[in-house]
Design a protein around this ligand. Structure first.
Ligand code: GTP
Ligand code: MG
Length: 578
């Protein structure tokens, strides 16, 4: 809330201008009933035609003035509030960007999207139309009350006494409409999620022949949506008639009692007409208050949710005096490292010493903890105990920007942006010299297929890299990692979709890149056999370690994997020996 108030205060000039035009517009409006009353008394009854001309001119002037002021008022409030929302969204987005991987593991995208979109819209409603109408209606109410009391205090009291009754009915009805608003908002979120997931996962749906099921699911939710909208329409329909009835009742009461005064000569007809017009200025604020409380309640709920998001602290951040080495050699060490996700041990007491320029290969069953291990190097997560060191410095003491600049990763799930191939590759690398870009593309075997494309590196690829094969996507993400020219390179299962030949070509090209410490996770022996050390992981521990030939001699799990993958070759060899 404090954050929001600060942002609103920053736009004080816009709001002040809006409030001034609002006040002027109200003052003008207050003259309307007055002139109508005077026209009746002086021109229609009194026959003063000269006055009629002046009064009509004044009324036209008031109407024009109000139109211009109304426009300026809305525009000022709109501009000021939009600026507040732009600032708020920017702050939210900056904050979300700072949060750590673990935050995104626990929060789903849909929810974050609704924070950025729907919740900010709710706030916009309140700080723009809410503030504007609230001020307007309060001022109308106060001024109208004073005017009515000065015109005829008895008649004024009769009208004022009925106001709480109207307000009570308004609040009751608004509460039922408010409930349907909430239901509609929740239901819309469900409908959006279903539609979004179905469209994003359309290939899976089709491949599994689940179209009919998905259509039915959507239809059910659409039907539900219709029902809630119908409920809201009913609540809305119930809303107006009783309030209209009560408002008219007040008018009837005032006209009856006022008529009595007019007949008795205690009040002029014009004054009575003016009086009944002023009464509307009492009733409208009453009606608006119900809507305003709903808008305010929605805004407060959204502010609370956004505040909660801002309270989220990035679990991974710089220590107080981070070390900023000029240049890294790329000596990576794991010293007795253990790691857990929410209390479950994933890695236990790992020791690794990867000398600068060496290649460490990691194999093991799915879920053995391979990705979790490499995630600790660039501090995507922090280990629970032990130390991960680069060049003898604990990564937790190293400046995060320096660290992340020097650790480049090809993630297990390739994610490409809906952008050109070139921008996808240069992503996050800042200014890239042409020769570095070219070398990365050639080493990752991207050149091979991009040069066939009519638009080459300027080809725009879809949201998920649509239009590219799995292997092509992997090659682009390898190029993206290479272009950064980091000291430590992590390749998490990043050649799994490539054919052996391409994989081999990339391996050969990588070997030429001297001085880079590589961590390669792979399931294929062909991808790891040249590594300086191969680690075979099982249940978060290193079950076997050594070079390719050492592990073969060990005749353990690595050997089994080798035999499995090279069965034909081994059998052929054995036959030859026989
Ligand atoms: P593959 O990529 O399938 O070959 O497996 P991996 O060896 O890379 O396994 P990974 O390191 O991703 O996971 C190790 C263990 O951690 C598994 O038991 C996962 O279920 C668990 N795990 C992974 N990510 C998370 C997470 O975000 N939260 C929690 N609670 N557990 C996780
Ligand atoms: Mg993995």
């Amino acid at each position: 809330m404090k954050r929001l108030i600060k942002l609103i205060r920053k736009q004080w000039l816009g709001y002040l201008f809006g409030i001034l035009t609002l006040l002027t517009s109200i003052v003008l409006d207050m003259y309307n009933p007055y002139f109508v009353g005077e026209i009746i008394d002086r021109s229609i009854i009194g026959g003063e035609l000269g006055y009629l001309r002046i009064a009509l001119l004044a009324l036209a002037g008031i109407t024009l003035g109000r139109a211009v002021l109304g426009y300026t008022k809305e525009l000022s409030f709109d501009i000021a509030s939009s600026k507040v929302i732009v600032d708020l969204r920017k702050k939210m987005f900056d904050h979300i960007q700072k949060l750590s991987f673990s935050f995104f593991d626990e929060n789903n995208t849909g929810e974050l999207m609704s924070r950025i979109k729907e919740d900010t819209e709710n706030i916009m409603n309140a700080i723009c139309y809410g503030i504007m109408l609230f001020l307007e209606q309060i001022i109308y109410f106060i001024i109208a009350t004073v005017i009515l009391l000065t015109i005829n205090w008895k008649l004024a009291l009769i009208s004022l006494v009925t106001m709480p009754v109207i307000e009570y009915v308004v609040f009751r009805l608004e509460r039922s409409v408010g409930k349907t608003y909430e239901k509609i908002s929740d239901q819309r979120a469900v409908l959006n999620t279903t539609a979004q997931q179905n469209i994003a996962g359309v290939r899976v749906v089709k491949a599994f022949g689940r179209e009919k099921y998905e259509i039915q699911k959507f239809l059910r939710q659409n039907e539900e949506n219709y029902k809630i909208n119908y409920e809201q329409a009913q609540a809305m329909a119930r809303y107006n008639p009783p309030i209209e009835f009560l408002s008219n009742l007040v008018l009837v009461l005032v006209v009856s009692v006022g008529g009595y005064y007019v007949i008795g000569g205690d009040m002029s007809l014009g004054t009575l007409v003016a009086f009944s017009n002023y009464i509307y200025m009492l009733i409208w604020p009453m009606r608006m208050m119900g809507w305003l409380t709903n808008v305010l309640a929605q805004c407060m709920a959204s502010v609370k949710k956004i505040d909660k998001l801002f309270e989220e602290e990035p679990s991974i951040r710089n220590c107080d005096a981070p070390i900023k080495p000029e240049r890294l050699e790329g000596h990576v060490e794991f010293r007795n490292v253990s790691f857990e996700y929410a209390g479950t041990n994933v890695l236990e007491k790992i020791d690794i010493d990867a000398k600068p320029g060496s290649t460490i290969a990691i194999m093991g069953m799915t879920g053995a903890g391979k990705s979790s291990l490499v995630n600790l190097i660039g501090r995507y997560y922090d280990c629970s105990s032990g130390q991960v060191m680069i060049d003898g410095v604990d990564v937790r003491e190293m400046d995060l920007t320096v660290l992340r600049k020097n650790v480049s990763a090809v993630m297990q799930d390739t994610f490409l942006f809906s952008d050109t191939i070139e921008d996808n590759i240069k992503f996050g690398a800042g200014e890239v010299p042409e020769e570095v870009f070219k070398a990365a593309c050639s080493d990752a075997m991207v050149d091979e297929f991009v040069s066939q494309m009519p638009e080459g590196y300027q080809t725009v690829i879809g949201e998920r890299g649509m239009g590219l094969s799995g292997g092509q996507k992997q090659r682009i993400s390898i190029a993206r990692a290479l272009v950064r020219d980091a000291r430590v390179l992590i390749m998490d299962d990043s050649t799994s979709a490539l054919d052996m030949e391409t994989e081999y070509a990339i391996q050969k090209a990588m070997e030429k890149r001297k001085g880079i410490t590589c961590f390669i996770i792979a399931h294929r022996v062909s991808a790891v056999k040249n590594a300086d050390e191969i680690l075979y992981f099982q249940d978060g521990r290193i079950a076997e370690r050594g070079t390719h030939s050492e592990l073969l001699r060990l005749r353990g799990r690595y050997y089994d994997t080798y035999c499995e993958q090279y069965r034909d070759y081994v059998e052929a060899l054995e036959k030859e020996v026989v």
